[in-house]
Design a protein around this ligand. Structure first.
Ligand code: NI
Length: 249
């Protein structure tokens, strides 16, 4: 039994969401955490979690949306945090990959959402790309916990996040050739990682080129079991305990 802790299951990517969730259930992926990125997807998250038993939600404004959001979009997030199935604020963070020019605006948006997390006692789902130092420094200023989604940094960075009480979200990137992530995960205690697909993106090997979906958690899990020489049952037990430590799911 596994949980996909980070995916984007929206009608713009999937014509039949019920079927996608059933495909997951058929391989024992019993729950998914659907992540919004902007107002449109946040509204869809709320709609979908009210319809689908096994779907939970995270709502937030992604750093790439920093030039496209309105004050009301933050109000919408705040107004929906009392929904029991909204279990985190995410996906939020910093992304300097395309540009650093709007860095100050990104930081301001990130901090406002971290303040909401503190106020409503919700964990956060963090996106950080080419922005490790700023992410660490800003998170340290806030009393929050959560997950560093799609972690692919160095062992040193991993240890820093772990020391701060964060889990590391591991996805299909670990199966990619020429990727250092497996060396890093090999060195980490399993008590620090949780699994995610980031569907529809980051499809694991050998399905590269196809659209990803939560059922593919099983391929990521099998890869990690080989790497750590443990059984699927052990991995599911440990990762589910890790999830429960941080998320009310
Ligand atoms: Ni994502």
């Amino acid at each position: 039994m596994f949980i996909d802790t980070h995916c984007h299951i929206f009608s713009e990517y999937y014509e039949n969401i019920k079927e996608v969730l059933n495909n997951a259930k058929n391989v024992n992926i019993t729950k998914v955490i659907n992540n919004g990125c902007d107002n449109k997807s946040n509204i869809e998250v709320i709609d979908l979690i009210n319809k689908h038993n096994n779907m939970y939600g995270a709502i937030g404004i992604h750093p790439e949306e920093v030039d496209n959001y309105y004050e009301n979009d933050l109000k919408y997030i705040e107004n929906n945090l009392n929904n029991k199935k909204v279990i985190a604020i995410g996906e939020i963070g910093l992304d300097y990959y395309y540009t650093k020019e709007n860095k100050d605006k990104q930081i301001a948006l990130f901090e406002r959402q971290l303040c909401l997390a503190e106020k409503y006692n919700k964990p956060v789902i963090i996106h950080s790309r080419e922005a490790t130092l700023d992410t660490i420094n800003i998170l340290k200023k806030h009393k929050v916990t959560g997950v560093i989604h799609s972690f692919s940094g160095s062992l040193e960075t991993a240890k820093e996040y772990i020391k701060m009480g964060f889990l590391l979200g591991i996805n299909g990137v670990i199966t990619f050739k020429n990727c250092n992530l497996k060396e890093v995960v090999k060195e980490l205690e399993l008590s620090n990682i949780i699994l995610e697909t980031d569907s529809p993106y980051l499809t694991p090997v050998p399905y590269r080129g196809k659209r990803n979906e939560p059922a593919r958690i099983i391929d990521i899990a099998n890869f990690i079991c080989d790497l750590k020489d443990i059984s699927l049952k052990e991995l599911s037990q440990i990762t589910n305990e890790n999830i429960k430590r941080v998320f009310d799911i």
